[in-house]
Design a protein. Structure first.
Length: 413
């Protein structure tokens, strides 16, 4: 059986810490969607590891790691991550069905973003164009690196088909020779890890191995159920774990949702509980809310119980991990959104479009300190009330509470 860790907000919820903490109990950790536009920051013994494509189980020598078919891979970015670690042979497996982010994908991504009047706020890493080619059946897969000369005619044809974009966006796309050189430079470093991960995974599941699935981004950025069009280009919810790994729904047991004790968002799009004042700045500074991949400041605001309840239902969450509780330390009052107000009506469920909705808040008394506390009974009374009320509002049991960046700054209930 497999367990799944899934983000419940707009990403950056702290999935990396939970996967890292859990990974020691699993034989395999699988990354099933997204690209190097996302990042996990894991802190072990004071040392920070920033992972963008590498599954979070890489920090445990006994744990094997799979980059699944649902991931889009920038070869240069992955090679850079591989270089951080030793002894990965036999511990890292890359699906031969995963798609490649080509150099022209990033150029197109950045040019398209600049041309939009209402920009999405992407990282410009080429994720969207790569998924677009995948769906359009004109993409290139990791397995194609085994025979680069055989790509020649297909690649040249594709470059001819997208040549019009140069005039449309006033850009220069790389030539075939430049792309060929790029592929030859990185293929030898990648190919030793490439395999039929589906066959490998099925064999290991049948043998009773324990599997942990992790995604990137969060459920509110899902291509179908997120705040479209301000979303990512893949399925970030539990269903994406199946299509991005090859496991069937019946093989997934626990679904562990991850949510901050407040809320953040990167990029543009509606964010009902965003705080533009001193409290939002406090959360950003205390939580060090800057993107792992881009370094850009995150938009910060209050816990949105409606969106979390919505995302928990979509994912079928069996439990929730509440992260970064300690960031709220020192605030006099803390807010939780319990409903939306739209055109004079109070909404207690998520509409298809969040644009223009106003949050209805419940206000809680703040507390002095939760940082580093590792037992629920030792938390301040106000923090306990806050957690238990959130549990009631979302209808899902809170099983883990994070009170700091270190592995052990964690309360398990």
């Amino acid at each position: 059986m497999a367990d799944l860790v899934v983000g419940i907000q707009w990403g950056d919820e702290g999935k990396g810490k939970i996967v890292d903490r859990l990974a020691c109990n699993y034989d395999y950790v699988i990354r099933y969607q997204g690209g190097h536009n996302a990042g996990h920051t894991i802190v072990v013994d004071g040392k920070k590891y920033a992972l963008h494509l590498m599954p979070s189980g890489v920090l445990y020598p006994q744990c094997k790691n799979i980059i699944g078919n649902g991931v889009v891979v920038a070869l240069d970015a992955l090679c850079k991550e591989i270089e951080q670690f030793e002894g990965l042979q036999g511990r890292l497996f890359i699906s031969d069905k995963a798609h490649i982010i080509m150099p022209y994908h990033q150029i197109i991504d950045q040019a398209k973003e600049k041309s939009l009047k209402n920009a999405i706020g992407t990282t410009g890493k080429g994720i969207g164009p790569s998924y677009g080619d995948k769906v359009g059946r004109s993409g290139f897969r990791i397995g194609d690196l085994r025979d680069i000369p055989a790509l020649k005619s297909k690649l040249k044809l594709h470059l001819a088909q997208i040549a019009y974009l140069q005039d449309l966006y006033q850009i220069a796309l790389p030539s075939y020779e430049q792309i060929e050189s790029y592929l030859y430079a990185y293929a030898p470093k990648i190919l030793p890890f490439v395999t039929d991960t589906l066959g490998l995974l099925w064999k290991e599941v049948d043998a009773g191995k324990k599997i942990l699935l992790e995604g990137a981004q969060g459920s509110m950025l899902d291509i179908d159920f997120g705040t479209y069009p301000f979303v990512t280009s893949s399925t970030t919810t539990a269903s994406g774990a199946c299509s991005g790994s090859g496991l069937s729904p019946k093989e997934i047991d626990r679904v562990i949702g991850i949510s901050k004790a407040y809320c953040t968002r990167v990029g543009n799009g509606p964010f009902p509980t965003e705080d533009f004042g001193a409290d939002g700045e406090f959360l950003r500074k205390q939580g060090f809310e800057f993107g792992t991949t881009t370094g850009r400041p995150r938009r910060c605001g209050w816990f949105d119980a409606l969106s979390v309840r919505y995302a928990c239902r979509i994912n079928g969450c069996t439990e929730l991990s509440l992260m970064k509780l300690d960031v709220l330390d020192g605030l006099e009052t803390i807010k939780v959104c319990t409903a939306y107000r739209y055109k004079g009506q109070v909404l207690e469920s998520i509409p298809s479009d969040l644009e223009g909705v106003e949050p209805v808040y419940k206000v809680y008394k703040g507390w002095e300190k939760t940082a580093g506390i590792r037992c629920f009974d030792d938390l301040p009374l106000e923090a306990k009330e806050y957690i238990l009320d959130i549990q009631k509002l979302i209808g899902v049991r809170i099983s883990i509470i994070s009170t700091g960046p270190e592995r052990d700054d964690t309360i398990v209930l």
